[in-house]
Design a protein around this ligand. Structure first.
Ligand code: NAG
Ligand code: NAG
Length: 194
């Protein structure tokens, strides 16, 4: 009898322990991240977060054919300004603008930037490698841009129309390449990963 009672008490505390455990677990589990209520169709050109204005973008056409002699991996480097504190969606969109603009320049036979050989190395050599880095402010971004141009690297600065997050015309991302890693490293080796 005494043994039986003891067993019951043990079972009860085991069961209540499980229940308490479940209850505690439920109350301390992190809240689910709230899904944004906005969907893509809500974003119009007048209030969107990633609209870039090509008419004010820097389009200096760099002849990069001298870099075809430089061996090794070819990549694209995207340098994102940190002082604007762009949201990650905006930064992703700005990087996409930079990638597309660089590609259009270097594949356009009408452009001084046309360099089919470099594009082929990038496209078929190592899966169109891209790297994203951070730069603290516009002055430093401009210095990198000037350096890239002087080294013959295909370059493009994205400017944002800035209707919501940032001031209109702000330079947001500097795109470099495709160009040999060895040359890009001369320009960006001091920068942190984004
Ligand atoms: C997107 O949101 C609008 C209203 O905010 C709604 O009318 C529309 O059905 C939504 N579209 C989708 C695909 O959920
Ligand atoms: C780039 O420069 C090289 C050497 O000066 C020249 O042969 C080539 O035609 C130039 N490319 C373009 C697209 O202007």
């Amino acid at each position: 009898m005494g043994l039986h009672n003891c067993y019951s008490v043990g079972l009860v505390s085991l069961v209540s322990g499980i229940l308490i455990g479940k209850y505690l677990f439920a109350s301390i589990s992190p809240p689910r991240p709230k899904k944004s209520k906005r969907n893509a169709s809500d974003i119009s050109e007048t209030d969107d977060e990633d609209y870039s204005d090509d008419s004010i973008a820097s389009e200096y056409e760099v002849n990069s054919t001298s870099l075809n002699e430089v061996p090794g991996e070819v990549r694209m480097t995207l340098v994102v300004r940190q002082d604007l504190k762009m949201g990650k969606g905006k930064a992703a969109a700005q990087c996409s603008h930079a990638t597309l603009a660089l590609y259009k320049m270097i594949t356009n036979p009408e452009s001084e930037a046309y360099n089919e050989q470099m594009v082929k190395r990038w496209e078929y050599g190592n899966g169109q490698a891209k790297i994203t880095l951070q730069v603290p402010n516009q002055e430093e971004m401009d210095m990198l841009y000037a350096q890239a141009i002087s080294l013959g690297v295909n370059s493009y600065i994205v400017h944002d129309a800035g209707r919501t997050q940032i001031a209109a015309g702000s330079a947001t991302v500097l795109g470099l390449g495709p160009a040999p890693k060895a040359v890009l490293d001369q320009i960006t080796s001091d920068l942190k990963l984004y």
